[in-house]
Design a protein around this ligand. Structure first.
Ligand code: ASP
Ligand code: MG
Length: 410
């Protein structure tokens, strides 16, 4: 069996869903099809959520109608009947007994529930025997809402049993990005988490391969929105893929590689607009990458800690600082230390302020936000010189082959 994953862009409209159908119909293997919310639905549901939390019913209603209308429109364009073929949910209410994050997961997860129901019904009605699976009942997670941790063992067992019972030929359509707690509440695995779901399902079911269908020809050496003349990387090792994802490359979610590497399952990244194209493959024995790879990581904050009494920071403080960073769910993108300071670059998120507050109890803390981190793998002195020109660089770290520059916004 194989796992196919379609992101939001590939199912944003009726043409996208029809294209998905073609790709599924061409497979002679059993398929587990993992799907994201349609287009920018997750962002829209985040706005519904924010409005509800602020008590702005009118704004919430308006955003909800936008989501609702889009799904009605797609269904009609596919010849499906809204509320007959797929029941559309009513606008969810905010439960004041729950935390923001707990509410968030119940509401934002609706995007995937809807997209998968629409796709499953469409496939079924167009002659492909399809089962719809509800991941919140199958992929068991803890209750860390918005960053839920998957219980691999429990989930693998339930999912294997389900798969064995599925009628053949098997096409199962299910949601990426979401799971559920033992108590039956929905959880989400972190934004852009559908790739991770696909990798987990591949691992649990010992898939022959996992394919991520995207709106790019494969894995490119730079983001085509930021750089002209990109080059496709045909093969990538798991190791390089992790480095790339960790540096901020948007191609795959960083958590995707581990479940696949564990079982040596190859990961294909292919263009959904051209299913026969070769795309890129991430696998065990890949050819080394020979082109320089440029990876931008946006919205960074550089935090520098200095000991209050000029003590030697490094020895005593490293583990203390990282414990605080970890506890506040910050993602570190770069670390640099000197005798008396430690600097970390982290993704700027909603937890940063609290972390800085706590760090200030023990250290003199300074920070710069609104920064970008550029990682160049396979760099040369010429490339580095060119990238440094006309830029304000707050920090740079270079090894023989890799350069990392923390840059202010031009
Ligand atoms: N729909 C979710 C998001 O946009 C998950 C995903 O696309 O992978 O974050
Ligand atoms: Mg998405």
């Amino acid at each position: 069996m194989r796992v196919y994953k379609f992101g939001g862009a590939s199912v944003r409209d009726a043409d996208g869903v029809r294209n998905l159908r073609e790709i599924v119909a061409q497979s002679s293997d059993d398929l587990m099809v993992v799907i994201s919310a349609m287009g920018k639905t997750t962002n829209a549901l985040e706005r519904v959520m924010a409005a509800l939390a602020q008590g702005d019913e009118q704004k919430a209603e308006q955003e909800w109608l936008g989501v609702f209308d889009h799904h009605v429109y797609v269904m009609q364009a596919l010849g499906l009947q809204p509320n007959v073929d797929v029941r559309l949910p009513l606008m969810p209410a905010y439960n004041t007994e729950w935390s923001y994050d707990q509410n968030y997961d119940q509401i934002v997860s609706l995007g995937e529930i809807l997209s998968t129901q629409i796709v499953a019904v469409f496939l079924l009605k167009s002659g492909i025997p399809t089962e719809w699976w509800n991941m919140p009942k199958l992929l068991r997670t803890d209750a860390t809402y918005r960053e839920a941790q998957v219980d691999w063992q429990h989930s693998a067992q339930v999912i294997r049993v389900g798969w064995d019972r599925t009628a053949r030929p098997r096409v199962v359509v299910t949601q990426g990005f979401i799971g559920g707690t033992e108590e039956g509440l929905r959880t989400t695995l972190g934004r852009e988490g559908s790739d991770y779901t696909a990798a987990l399902l591949g691992n649990f079911l010992d898939a022959e391969s996992v394919t991520i269908w995207k709106d790019v020809p494969g894995i490119l050496n730079a983001d085509p929105r930021k750089q002209a003349d990109t080059i496709k990387i045909d093969q990538l090792s798991y190791h390089d893929a992790v480095e790339l994802a960790y540096s901020g490359a948007q191609v795959i979610h960083p958590k995707t590689i581990r479940p696949l590497e564990n079982k040596k399952i190859p990961l294909y990244v292919k263009p959904f607009g051209n299913p026969l194209a070769e795309g890129s493959i991430i696998c065990e024995n890949a050819q080394p990458v020979t082109v320089p790879v440029y990876i931008w990581r946006e919205n960074q904050i550089l935090i520098t800690m200095r000991a209050k009494d000029f003590a030697f920071v490094l020895e005593e403080s490293l583990s203390h600082i990282f414990e605080i960073i970890h506890r506040h769910h910050l993602t570190v993108s770069l670390v640099q230390s000197s005798a008396v300071t430690i600097s970390v670059c982290v993704d700027n998120n909603r937890f940063v302020e609290r972390a800085i507050n706590e760090l200030q109890d023990a250290y003199l803390v300074t920070w710069n936000d609104n920064l970008r981190l550029l990682t160049i793998r396979g760099t040369t002195p010429e490339i580095l010189k060119k990238e440094q020109e006309n830029r304000t660089i707050l920090l740079s770290q270079t090894t023989r082959r890799t350069a990392r520059l923390v840059i202010t916004h031009e």
